[in-house]
Design a protein around this ligand. Sequence first.
Ligand code: BEZ
Ligand code: FE
Length: 314
Amino acid sequence: MSIDSIDAAPPATAQTEQAVREQALVEEVIRSFASGGSDRDREVMNSLVRHLHAFIRDIRLTEDEWSKAIGFLTRAGHITTDTRQEFVLLSDVLGASMQTIAVNNEAVGDATEATVFGPFFVENAPQIDIGGDIAGGAAGEPCWVEGTVRDTDGNPLPGARIEVWEADEDGFYDVQCSDGRTAARAHLFADKDGRYSFWGLTPTPYPIPYDGPVGQMLEHYGRSPIRASHLHFMVSAPQKRTLVTHIFVDGCKYLDRDSVFGVKESLIKEFAAQPAGTPTPDGRDLGGREWTRARFDIVLPPAGPSTATATKTS
Ligand code: BEZ
Ligand code: FE
């Protein structure tokens, strides 16, 4: 829909006196922003004002509804701290985070799709060797993950940096525990052929923080806060677009209702169950435990003008 075509409320009527007044206000507000900021700032404000007013006029927003919306935003502000970002969570559950990621990660060849960053990435996670273990004591079923990193022409990307992080089997990231532990996160580098592998944990579903206004909103609309089981990746290489993504567990029952709309068909992978006693790829002795294995081949497109830095969510 073009910006100019959204000013038509009330719909399908002649330009009544009422419609003329409403439209005059839209134009007046836009004019108020016309003499400051950059061209881009004004473009953004112009569109924001037109869409916001179109929304209010379209649904004929009542004053009571306006008050409730202000109350909701006020509660979101009150619960937000340096470590709890309710507005980003709101963006996530409205699909606004995923839409921003879509706009900024245009499809290029067979480049791997991006998805939400989430709030649980930590800089300077420990480095592991290829084949190392990211668990750091976190509880969960061992999972062997392997794959390659290459560019959209099929060339391997030796030395590509791979950051991985995930929740433990109870659905908690290390940063959600109060003891300062570092667990279930690491970084490693692809080998000379672009290959990588590591031991992680078989991902399990867990809820986004739901003890605030966003959680209440989800409950009001009968929506679950649960995220489909996933393992986070951030992959970078010189002159390539940095990829922020996850892989999801094929068969997870939340794949079709991920609370932040992060699931992409191309990111759903088989985590093949390995019965107890199955020999491991690196000869590791798992003490008779069951384990899983998954493959994730990663393709990075060239860095370009549309390259975005990761959209940090919640
Ligand atoms: C996560 O995957 O960790 C996450 C993503 C968005 C909101 C909350 C959590
Ligand atoms: Fe996550």
